[in-house]
Design a protein around this ligand. Structure first.
Ligand code: ZN
Ligand code: ZN
Length: 122
């Protein structure tokens, strides 16, 4: 029996969330776009469950990108009124990251040719 199983990465915009404070530039009380990156099994072109969810938020003022801890990410995904706890997000990019690696989902700088994490050519 032949099974067609693939793993693809996906990306979902969760919308704006309020963030207490962005340490990068001291922006306080701003709302910022949150992105969820995930991997998904595909079986016979039917999307199955998602796994490996990671959450990112970028500073609306200077563009610095932070990865949100998974637990905190799930909390703010469920609750659109939730505020991101600045203690639970970690900076992953100093400048504007407009791209996400198609393989591992890491944010990559606009001018990068290879993903700094997994080496995938962009
Ligand atoms: Zn900033
Ligand atoms: Zn990568």
């Amino acid at each position: 029996m032949f099974f067609f199983i693939a793993v693809v990465s996906g990306r979902e915009e969760l919308g704006l969330r309020r963030c207490g404070r962005f340490p990068c530039c001291g922006t306080v009380g701003a709302t910022a776009p949150v992105t969820c990156v995930f991997q998904r099994f595909i079986l016979f072109f039917i999307p199955l469950f998602r796994f490996g969810r990671r959450y990112f938020v970028s500073c609306p003022n200077c563009g610095a990108v932070y990865e949100i801890e998974p637990e905190e990410g799930r909390r703010i995904e469920r609750d659109p009124a939730a505020e991101i706890d600045p203690e639970r997000m970690h900076r992953v990019s100093s400048g504007r990251a407009a791209n996400f690696c198609p393989n591992c989902g890491s944010p990559v700088p606009l001018d990068a040719r290879y993903c700094p994490r997994c080496g995938t050519r962009l």
